[in-house]
Design a binder for this molecule. Structure first.
Ligand SMILES: NC(=O)c1ccc[n+]([C@@H]2O[C@H](COP(=O)([O-])OP(=O)(O)OC[C@H]3O[C@@H](n4cnc5c(N)ncnc54)[C@H](O)[C@@H]3O)[C@@H](O)[C@H]2O)c1
Length: 433
């Protein structure tokens, strides 16, 4: 880390001997799509961008044009082999390379910001949690909705007892991307229609390194059904479908408000699972045990055409996406930007408590501050790793086609040895973890 000392500048000394005026040296892996925004945020406070890595040379060139001092790479394994003097890494690649791009940094005790979902599968999420714990560095998963005032006010209401004991939660998102009939795909505005792996091959664009994109995934010919992002989200080899994609943002709210961690059981419903493609529509129900004074609760995720019964029966406002907490004294319905206590008549004279959760300085800013001062982040890898494990478990239950009894400590579904195949992945030679 470069920079004048706090004392020399007459500034207050901050924890862990670092200060907010230090300049971080940041490497950024994945600089197109969401990565372009993350790069801009990482550079927004004057820290040095020392390395840029992308398998898409067009995206790399565009990022390098804005950060001329940065070294450029197409293979993050080469970058890690060469780069010694850096403090922090931002990872925004496709999901199946998140863990591979994150672990070397954690092992070298560097700070990491990684996009959601934290990893491609449950085992990788556990490995990253453990590595982050050992590294004791600043970590943050890219669930920026967590930084909103709206989420803070919802957490305060739920934890403050406004709706009593919460025993049931429903989360739903209307996005229907994934395996479905061409008619459904057209009706749902899907970005691509695909029923299985294409038979033919296409030539990858000359600026795109398909083999490096594949990374740990088994070789397969390039095809435009995978590229560009976000087409790859639906393929189990690369992504985890909508369950873990949008679940990262939406299940974050009940996870936070209800202090959820590992579920006891997980059961999913939807069309028959496909070996390679995530479904457009599915649901997953999690049972959680008591947490402190909070009673056991059941959380159900619904995506695509699936909605909670109370929504279908018009018992609540017809929001396209939402999170409904059902408590002993009422209900709370929230989305990213707003929330309402239900039934509205009952809560008309409700006096809201004064805010108690500090506002965020911004999701990326929290992480940059944490890198420099040791201040906490809200979506560090211990919290977001547990959230990611739970989201992936919805997919595991769906693919197994049965209710799983989950032993979180052993990372095993005790009643389903067949789940092992979906909890982890096979790694291509040269890309093992
Ligand atoms: N937080 C949010 O709101 C949000 C929004 C969109 C996407 N995301 C997440 O961001 C990640 C990227 O999604 P996207 O939609 O931007 O995908 P994308 O495919 O559009 O972009 C990914 C970028 O990473 C590059 N890349 C892919 N593999 C790489 C590798 N092995 N090494 C280096 N670079 C590599 C790609 O070339 C591309 O530039 C995903 O995890 C996604 O879930 C988060």
């Amino acid at each position: 880390m470069r920079g004048a000392s706090a004392a020399a500048l007459g500034l207050p000394a901050l924890v862990r001997g670092q200060n907010l005026n230090s300049k971080l040296q940041i490497a950024v892996i994945g600089v197109g799509g969401r990565g372009a925004g993350n790069l801009a945020e990482a550079a927004s406070q004057g820290d040095a961008i020392v390395a840029l890595c992308d398998v898409n040379e067009n995206n790399l060139k565009s990022a390098a044009g804005k950060h001329k001092e940065a070294k450029t790479y197409i293979d993050f394994r080469v970058m890690y082999g060469e780069l010694k003097d850096y403090d922090a890494v931002v990872v925004s690649t496709a999901e199946h390379t998140h863990a591979l791009a994150t672990l070397p940094a954690l092992k070298a005790r560097k700070h990491v910001y990684c996009e959601k979902p934290l990893t491609h599968n449950v085992r990788e999420a556990r490995l990253i949690r453990e590595a982050a714990k050992a590294a004791k560095v600043a970590t943050q998963m890219g669930t920026q909705i967590h930084a909103t005032s709206n989420y803070r006010r919802v957490v305060e209401l739920v934890q403050g007892g406004a709706i009593g004991d919460v025993t049931e939660v429903h989360v739903w998102v209307s996005r229907a991307w994934g395996l479905q009939t061409p008619e459904e795909a057209a009706r749902n505005g899907d970005i691509v229609t695909v029923q299985g792996r294409p038979a033919g091959a296409e030539t990858p664009p000359d600026y795109f390194h398909w083999d490096l994109f594949l990374g740990p995934a088994a070789e397969r010919p390039f095809h435009s059904v995978y590229f560009p992002g976000p087409k790859w989200y639906r393929w189990w080899d690369f992504g985890s479908g909508t369950m873990s994609d949008l679940g990262s943002h939406w299940n974050d709210l009940p996870f936070w408000a209800l202090k959820l961690d590992a579920p006891l059981t997980i059961e999913a419903a939807g069309p028959p699972p496909h070996a390679e493609l995530a479904p457009a529509s599915m649901s997953a129900t999690y049972e959680y045990g008591a947490r402190g004074t909070m009673p056991p609760c059941r959380l159900t995720w619904h995506q695509g055409s699936m909605k909670p019964k109370i929504w279908e029966e018009k018992g609540i406002p017809q929001w396209g996406d939402g999170c409904l907490f059902i408590g002993s004294k009422g209900m709370l319905l929230a989305d990213y930007g707003k929330h309402v206590l239900l039934p509205e008549d009952k809560f008309r004279d409700f006096k809201r408590q004064a805010p108690s959760i500090e506002e965020s300085i911004g999701h990326h800013a929290e992480w940059l501050r944490a890198c420099k001062t040791g201040a906490p982040t809200t979506c560090h890898f211990e919290y977001s790793g547990a959230l990611t494990e739970a989201n992936h478990l919805g997919n595991v239950a769906y693919r197994c086609g049965k209710k799983l009894v989950w032993d979180a400590a052993a990372l095993k579904a005790t009643n389903a040895p067949e789940a092992d195949a979906f909890l982890a992945r096979q790694y291509r030679k040269g890309w093992e973890i």
